[in-house]
Design a protein around this ligand. Structure first.
Ligand code: SAH
Ligand code: SF4
Ligand code: F3S
Length: 475
């Protein structure tokens, strides 16, 4: 049994980052393990987890598993979990409660825990104490070892826990079964070294490790050959890309231009930390038409005092300066979104008012807003949290009203305009419509024939709502 250890996970050493290219292989006796069996993966959390689930799917299919439409039809269920806030935890434990009943009537069912919660000591201890009926736990660093984890479990028929804590390598060659045929996630880096005081990610995802540029570029070229129109470059803090290279100078600016030069129709990237956003990056984004003019620029708070307590390394003023620079350079057709936390320990009414006034200044295209959730093991969890739950809820409510007002305003401005939309699938709202995103990441429901699925088309916007637009093909 290998349990997670936060003390190890917190360590950042100067050791070289190795790129390992032949770590993934299915053991001979596991090659037919999934024959005649079905798997179901439930994914929580961010895009990185979504992409990890695409890899877990491919690994299972390499063992001849097939995909189940519903968890009730599956012989193997994996929960790929998120640890970012308490409610993410609650969702997973709620799901485990439902699966437990299924396991009682279906004894051959195997159930595993993956993702960021697997990297948490307290979660794994709880699984060992109270969820002995589960079959296996593996973490974010050893996805490629899933076949071995299953093999070990079958050998002992006991709960198999195999979680690595302090991982400093980049693993290449893990296959992915992508959810979309048109847009793809491409990891450019793993981990995070920022250690914002509220955040669990540097513990669950380990030290920052950038993938080699040539590996990223060849993945993008391969996607182009397969007909993909859009790639999203993924990292917790993509602007810091390349800072961990010891033998070369190659940064996000270089990577963005090289990816743009592959000719892929759309390039996106998430998430940008305001700290490492350089002028050079803004220039490159402005220069290439195929780099989407869409920036997710999490601010977290509008109070410099709270930003300092959060360990964000910028002030309200320096954030606003960067914000203006980006808007000026990318023009009116760009979109900027953000993340905001309310109720951080010690946040006063005045601090909160500063957040509101910052939102009034930035007029974000949209924002993800959260109530602060203490995460065990992080510095903020030891700070005195004296804001009541009711007050936090009121602040979130007030903030959302302002955020929504500006989302609607930004959408209203597009009515009558012609925008490019990558039509991805039939709309969830109405099966007669297709849905897709503009390059500025706005959801559009479009009156269009199904033959347009997978194409980037000109759409005339006919109506604007707070969270979506309506439109029709402009022929
Ligand atoms: N790497 C990204 C953030 C990833 S987490 C960045 O630095 O911008 C996504 C968002 O979750 C964060 O931007 C933050 O707003 C929110 N978040 C993270 N930890 C949180 C916590 N403990 N409580 C509430 N929200 C949190
Ligand atoms: Fe978390 Fe901060 Fe890293 Fe983002 S940059 S993942 S908020 S520690
Ligand atoms: Fe959640 Fe882990 Fe992503 S904590 S937000 S799944 S990196």
């Amino acid at each position: 049994m290998l349990k997670p250890n936060f003390k190890e996970a917190k360590k950042r050493t100067n050791e070289d980052i190795k790129v390992l290219r032949s770590e993934y292989a299915i053991p001979e006796d596991m090659k037919d393990f999934g024959l005649g069996k079905k798997y179901y993966i439930k994914t929580y959390g961010c895009q990185m987890n979504e992409h990890d689930s695409e890899m877990i799917s491919a690994i299972l299919e390499d063992m001849k598993y097939t995909n189940a439409k519903d968890y009730e039809d599956a012989d193997l269920i994996i929960l790929n979990t998120c640890a970012i806030r308490e409610n993410a935890h609650n969702k997973t434990f709620g799901m485990l409660g439902r699966i437990k009943h299924l396991k009682q009537v279906k004894p051959g069912l195997m159930v595993g825990l993956a993702g960021c919660m697997s990297q948490e000591e307290s979660v794994v201890n709880e699984i060992i104490d109270k969820y002995k009926w589960m079959d296996f736990v593996f973490g974010t660093h050893n996805i490629h070892k899933l076949p071995e984890v299953l093999k070990e479990h079958v050998k002992t028929n006991d709960l198999e826990v195999n979680v690595w804590s302090n991982e400093g390598n980049v693993i290449e060659g893990i296959p992915a079964k992508r959810d979309s045929k048109y847009k793809a996630w491409v990891n450019i880096m793993y981990g995070c070294d920022k250690f914002c005081t509220y955040c669990i990610v540097p513990y669950t995802r380990g030290k920052q490790r950038s993938r080699m540029p040539e590996d990223i570029i060849s993945e993008v070229k391969d996607l182009i050959n397969k007909g993909y129109k859009e790639v999203t470059l993924l990292g917790q803090n993509v602007n810091a890309y390349g800072k961990d290279f010891k033998d070369k100078k190659y940064n996000m600016e270089n990577l963005l231009s090289d990816v743009a030069k592959t000719g892929i129709e759309r390039v996106r990237f998430v998430t940008s930390h305001p700290w490492d956003f350089t002028d050079g990056m803004i220039d490159v984004i402005a220069k290439y038409d195929n780099i989407c003019k869409y920036i997710h620029l999490p601010v977290q708070s509008g109070s410099s005092r709270i930003l300092k307590l959060m360990g964000r390394r910028y002030t309200k003023e320096s954030y606003l300066e960067l914000y203006k620079k980006i808007r000026n350079k990318l023009g009116d057709n760009s979109s900027i979104t953000t993340d905001i936390i309310v109720g951080f320990p010690g946040e006063t009414k005045d601090d909160f008012e500063e957040t509101l006034s910052l939102v009034e200044k930035c007029k974000y295209d949209s924002a993800f807003t959260f109530i602060y959730s203490p995460r065990e093991g992080t510095p903020a969890s030891k700070m005195i949290d004296n804001v009541s739950k009711e007050e936090k809820e009121q602040r979130l409510y007030k903030l959302n009203a302002v955020v929504n007002k500006y989302s609607k305003e930004a959408n209203d401005k597009l009515v009558g305009k012609i925008v490019k939309v990558l039509l991805e699938n039939v709309s969830e709202k109405d099966p007669k419509l297709l849905a897709g995103y503009t390059d500025t990441m706005k959801l559009v429901n479009v009156k269009a024939d199904k033959k347009y699925i997978g194409k980037i088309v000109d759409v005339k916007i006919t109506d604007a709502k707070t969270w979506s637009l309506d439109g029709e093909i402009n022929e």
